[in-house]
Write a protein that binds this ligand. Structure first.
Ligand SMILES: CC(C)(COP(=O)(O)OP(=O)(O)OC[C@H]1O[C@@H](n2cnc3c(N)ncnc32)[C@H](O)[C@@H]1OP(=O)(O)O)[C@@H](O)C(=O)NCCC(=O)NCCS
Length: 233
């Protein structure tokens, strides 16, 4: 395993980038982006709080909401990083900005340990001290939390969020837009479906079907995942 990638580009070679999101997750992504040195953070987008436009945040300013995309493009910005927790919103807005010609920036913390044979999709954020094993594939627009451990040959679907300290054994499959809560464990070779929530601290010892909330030790399906808003933006 290696700690992946280059740390800094030569001075002046950094590409301008906007971060979509202006809360805690955006601070985390900004820190990774600045450590990697590939992009300059020109500001933050916040669709939910128009009153924050122009206010200082995370070493730059809140630029406004989605209506600012045109101005960003005009000013030469081509890259956007997503930094909020609502999995479905990340997937929807990423599709929208790609259709406008923007590219999704991937943010991998320099202390993340990523196998040379792992694949990480565009727009995915990999936080500090996490590890991703050989031949594991992480989809687009995922969040891999602080200290999450994902072993070999796993398949993690687009828009999935694995919270801090999640432990995923080898050959596990996690579906699209699924949220795995802090400290949960998934043993091999089990799978968790699309659009699920796995509760904090759960131990998944059986396959979890699509569209449910499961938690406990061992994890049991508790109900349908009918609250798409269970995660805050
Ligand atoms: C699973 C979860 C989404 C909530 O599910 P919910 O069905 O809305 O649960 P409720 O809050 O209504 O609680 C219902 C019951 O389940 C229990 N419960 C909730 N989450 C639990 C969990 N992860 N493990 C065990 N029991 C849990 C509650 O204590 C409550 O028990 P009670 O009825 O005896 O009081 C949430 O508790 C959770 O685990 N979220 C993950 C948080 C996290 O990881 N945050 C990190 C952010 S990056």
């Amino acid at each position: 395993m290696n700690t992946v990638g280059k740390q800094t580009d030569p001075a002046g070679a950094r590409k301008p980038l906007a971060i979509w999101g202006a809360k805690g997750p955006a601070l985390i992504v900004a820190e990774i982006i600045r450590l990697r040195g590939e992009y300059d953070v020109v500001g933050y987008l916040d669709n939910l709080n128009p009153d924050r436009r122009g206010t200082g945040f995370g070493g730059a300013r809140v630029l406004g909401g989605e209506e600012e995309l045109g101005n960003l493009w005009e000013s030469g910005v081509r890259h956007i990083a997503f930094a909020f927790q609502n999995n479905h919103a990340r997937l929807r807005l990423a599709k929208m900005v790609k259709a406008k010609g923007f590219e999704l920036a991937t943010a991998i913390h320099p202390t993340a340990c990523v196998s040379a044979s792992a694949r990480i999709g565009a727009g995915t954020v990999v936080r500090a001290q996490s590890a991703i094993g050989p031949e594991t594939q992480i989809g687009e627009n995922c969040i891999i939390g602080y200290g999450a451990m994902i072993s070999h040959n796993c398949l993690i679907g687009d828009g999935a969020h694995l919270s801090s300290g999640v432990n995923v054994a080898g050959s596990v499959k996690i579906g699209r837009a699924t949220w795995v809560g802090i400290g949960a464990t998934i043993i091999d070779p089990k799978s968790v479906g699309d659009d699920c929530v796995v509760g904090a601290g759960a131990v998944v010892t059986n396959d979890v079907p699509d569209g449910v909330v499961a938690y406990g030790v061992p994890a049991r399906v508790v109900r349908a995942n009918d609250r798409a808003s269970v995660e805050s933006t």
